[in-house]
Write a protein that binds this ligand. Sequence first.
Ligand code: 5AD
Ligand code: FES
Length: 379
Amino acid sequence: MDSFDVKSKGAGNDYLRSVKPMDEILRQDQFSRADLVRLLESAGADRTALFSAAAARKEEVVGKKVYFRGLVEFSNECSKDCLYCGIRHSNSKVVRYEAADKDILAACRFAWDNKFGSVVLQSGELSSSSFINRVDRLVKQIKALSNGELGITLSCGEQTRETYQRWFRSGAHRYLLRIESSNIELYHKIHPNNEHHSFEKRLECLRLLKACGYQLGTGVMIGLPFQTMENLAEDLLFLKRLDVDMVGMGPYIEHEDTPLYEYRTLLKSKKERFDLALRMVAALRLLMPDINIAAATALQAIDPAGREKAVKIGANIIMPNLTPSAFRKDYQLYEDKPCLDEDADQCRNCLEARIELAGSEIGYGEWGDSRHFKNRQEA
Ligand code: 5AD
Ligand code: FES
């Protein structure tokens, strides 16, 4: 099958809930939509069994190590207006910033000095030539300052094939672009309906990124208004069909200065969204055992130990925040974003302790590439 034939093949008869016993589902290596709904709705002993199965599968396939990706949110300027996002273009309350090159490079040097394998450069979405040139220059400078040793992930939104190719040639090798929801109707409910927020274009960008040679990362938000368990099960199957290398997904958290806030009464409680996000991580680890799964920062906005809980049941990537402290408060995608008052050193120390508590070790000085990507290359 063409790996980009990502449209759902239809739900068949699985609208009926799976009535299989949990232990039977957990022994499978293929999962129907109904099986996944079962996993996502599991509670009590069934949920404990799901978490143990996912933890065991993780250790067996990708090992115990957690890899750090130092996150530098280098600009909150954004041309888009996603209805859920605190830094959307129309939010005039946001103080816009662009970190200086020297500060971005200093954050990357911190990552390298502290043996983080990689950095993630993330920003709002812009397509001006000055933005494209700047990212290109930064990628080259990060490679140069680390003797080519720091891995570079970009998360700078939808761009043209030429731009993706250019950044790849300059040294970026992973790209994160979340699909947010793989259900087109839901996608349109959480984005303005105009050509700047096209579902098809998002899919096309994911296809381009893979064709350029990037390790591809995507993901969804969990607990959105209007989202059903079936939507989430289909999101998992979408990730599988797209054959992604990395996934970052976390709970949706409302932000009062965004249009989606109006629908907050439709939301599950934060605790329920958090629990559902953990079940999504565990189910994804069973569905795609060899990929990299990030413990989303949004988990920690709900539960102080949120990221560690995700590591225990399937995640293997953490993105410590290296954004220069002065700017952190201006990159508030959602309420209660953690680590606003900490600096890079404090986050590193804090996370080190937390990872140990979660019974894992940190893969210092390693890129920690997705095993799935390697398997894909070899195939
Ligand atoms: N709640 C949770 N996650 C959010 N993101 C943006 N806004 C929110 C929100 N309100 C996520 C999106 C985006 C990533 C950078 O942050 O999934 O892709
Ligand atoms: Fe930032 Fe703990 S990770 S303070």
